[in-house]
Ligand binder design. Structure first.
Ligand code: AMP
Length: 666
């Protein structure tokens, strides 16, 4: 596949703002690629060469790109740099510079997706003395053979600035359409039966496997009289189209389940196209490949929790730290141990102390376990504020000092895999017993020097027992409790937020102070003391149904001077260029600066109220109104551990609104 096909598709995707049109572009693109190309196209589209958890960096310095462009066009470096500043984007700059190149040099060789991908791989592994020269040579060769539009996307890809706004779930949608059988046969079948000009084109277009004909046909045939269609014929078409849609959704669900235990869409796509969907059942939970984390819902009382869980729940302390998924394999007496964060980043190197303790305590050959890593006071064993743990991030040299000054403790709470067996389908109590059995020397409660412990857990059947357990959690400095279902069906639901786990935090007890994790999607210029920085941020919740970010408040208070300095730096790279599309954001408010959704902040509010200005849950609870947070205040906590899709959802906001009303009317 030519790289120009990919670049042109990217440029069309950039012009789209609806998820369905993006999916259609992606379907079109992937349908033209063979197996290995599909893998490469997906990786490039995600801006990576290997799945994120392998930590392969693709980024090159912008200065190196400038030098390569100079070699190809002889445009002076200061002019190249000037262009970048003026256009505010490496892609547009490279496109502009390459446009000045002498047209179609005799020696140019077309860029293919494979050539680009392999070259990027070569760039990413080159290190050492001569590496800069080699990288420069490779980049210059590719730029030499690029058309302006190819240069735009190649430059963005290399500098890690390709932000197409395509979520993994959109890629999964495209794969589900591509793998479902029955598009062609339905097109043939309906083509023979349906003779109506309103439907004919869509019926023909079914063969393209795009979403649009399916949605069009569904809309038209659901309202036959409105569109002048014969009722019986419309009913027949609707039934067939819906049955195809069901097949697509069931394939999608299957792919999502796979993705949750093996989050590598490049690999899944390749296997899918080379071996078919059946072959995917051989993809299994594997030590070394992180699973997407299971998450909990929230409720506002122990009573509600016990009711929801059928009268019994295992309550655990809810520790406030960094979630860690540890993968351990012992081979020929040697450990292969890896730690992954909730964002699936490899964070093994930050916790050599925890690693040593785990390896010393594990009695088995391999496992995948989960826990929360919390900072502890080395003298007293008391829990310390969560923020301290982030000081270990990215540290290479001071780690020894940090380990002494801020020791951490990994509090284990789940076991997903043990001695060759996948336990994700086993009920909670069995997983807990496996965890305790595999680490027999590790006990509940903190011992400052131990580095590992087991979460404190009690089986509870009465509200009074639950309340006293909750109080004891607060006393030791935890933020609340996590209730876990003990039912037969209490499996580990990788990648989803469900009612098998329910969190109950301190904040929920006062009617008006839930903390929310909201995504920054815009900013307003500051005035007065805030001149030169931002005066307020436009915050959004995540709407899972439409995979978009919906605004819920303007956040201006709670920021100290340090935050005010830090925030613009954090947001710098996320600015949507003037006139650019604000992808995946739905807003009725136009901020001074549009931002791509990425940064998550913890916010405290006094209440959730209706507002016609905010798009969160618009029209869902009241016509013409969305939900907004009243008196929002930044708690000082940057939720770097959460991606935008893990922020508070619009659906959660709705249940919090309803719970709030219940409390008021009680
Ligand atoms: P939240 O981030 O508020 O949605 O809460 C979910 C997070 O709580 C999980 O991702 C874990 O990092 C953390 N957590 C702390 N203690 C526990 C526990 N005992 N069981 C499960 N999750 C826990």
């Amino acid at each position: 596949m030519l790289y120009s096909e990919l670049s042109e598709a990217y440029s069309r995707i950039e012009a789209q703002s609806s998820r369905l049109s993006m999916t259609d572009e992606l379907i079109d693109l992937l349908s033209r690629a063979n197996g290995p190309e599909r893998e490469m196209v997906i990786r490039l589209t995600k801006g990576e060469l290997r799945p994120g958890y392998e930590g392969v960096e693709l980024g090159i310095a912008e200065k190196l790109l400038d030098r390569a462009l100079y070699q190809v066009t002889l445009m002076p470096l200061d002019r190249i740099e000037e262009k970048r500043l003026l256009l505010g984007d490496v892609g547009l700059m490279a496109e502009d510079v390459i446009r000045t190149k002498k047209q179609a040099s005799l020696f140019s060789e077309p860029l293919t997706v494979e050539r680009v991908f392999r070259n990027l791989e070569r760039i990413s592994i080159k290190e050492g003395k001569d590496s800069q020269d080699l990288k420069l040579k490779i980049i210059a060769e590719m730029m030499h053979d690029s058309s302006p539009i190819e240069a735009r996307y190649l430059a963005r890809t290399m500098c890690q600035k390709l932000r197409l706004g395509i979520a993994d779930m959109t890629i999964i949608d495209a794969l589900a359409y591509l793998t479902t059988d029955g598009f062609e046969s339905l097109s043939d079948e309906l083509g023979a039966l349906v003779k109506h000009e309103r439907l004919e084109k869509d019926v023909r277009d079914l063969r393209s496997r795009r979403t649009a004909p399916i949605y069009d046909l569904e809309e038209l045939t659901s309202h036959p009289s409105k569109h002048g269609l014969d009722k019986a014929m419309a009913g027949m078409v609707l039934e067939r189209v819906r049955s195809l849609k069901e097949k697509i959704s069931s394939n999608r669900e299957f792919l999502v389940r796979l993705y949750n235990v093996h989050p590598d869409l490049g690999h899944i796509a390749r296997k899918l196209s080379e071996e078919g969907i059946e072959a995917l059942s051989t993809i299994k939970v594997t030590p070394g490949i992180p699973l997407r984390s299971m998450l909990g819902e929230r409720l506002r009382s122990i009573k509600d929790i016990l009711e929801k869980m059928g009268g019994e729940a295992a309550l655990e302390y809810k520790y406030d730290g960094l979630r860690v998924q540890a993968h351990m394999v012992k081979e020929d007496g040697k450990w292969r141990t890896k730690f992954f964060s909730r964002q699936l980043e490899d964070i093994t190197s930050q916790f050599p102390d925890v690693r040593k303790a785990l390896e010393g305590a594990f009695e088995g050959k391999d496992c995948i376990i989960e826990g929360e890593c919390v900072p502890v006071d080395p003298d007293t064993g008391e829990l310390l504020p969560f923020q301290l743990i982030s000081q270990r991030r990215g540290r290479k040299y001071d780690l020894d000092r940090m380990m002494k000054e801020v020791p951490v403790n990994l509090v284990l709470f789940d076991c997903l895999y043990l001695n060759g067996c996948d336990l994700t389908g086993s009920p909670y109590l069995k997983r807990r017993a496996s965890l305790e059995g595999a680490f027999p020397s590790i006990k509940e409660g903190m011992i400052p020097s131990a580095s590992v412990s087991l979460s404190v857990m009690r089986l509870v059947r009465s509200e009074a027992d639950g309340e006293s357990f909750f109080e004891s959690a607060l006393e030791v400095g935890c933020e609340g409790i996590m209730a876990k279902s003990t039912a037969v069906g209490s499996i580990y639901q990788a990648g989803s937020r469900g009612w098998l786990w329910i969190k109950y935090k301190k904040d929920y007890r006062s009617e008006i102070s839930d903390t929310l994790d909201l995504v920054v999607v815009g900013a307003f210029h500051g005035t007065g003391r805030r001149k030169g920085t931002y005066g307020a941020l436009l915050m959004a919740a995540y709407d899972t149904a439409s995979d978009t970010f919906v605004t819920t408040c303007k956040l201006g208070s709670g920021f100290n001077d340090e935050h005010l300095r830090q925030v613009p730096i954090m947001l710098e790279d996320l600015v949507v260029p003037k006139g650019g599309a604000w992808r995946r954001v739905r807003s009725r408010i136009e901020p001074d600066i549009r931002l791509n959704p990425k940064v998550v902040l913890e916010v405290l509010g006094s209440e959730i109220t209706f507002s016609p200005l905010h798009t969160c849950s618009m029209d869902r609870l009241k016509p013409g109104a969305g939900l907004s947070v009243r008196f929002p205040r930044f708690t000082g906590r940057f939720r770097n551990d959460k991606g935008p899709e893990q922020a508070t959802t619009a659906q959660e906001m709705e249940s919090m609104y309803s719970a709030q009303r219940r409390t008021v009317s009680d």
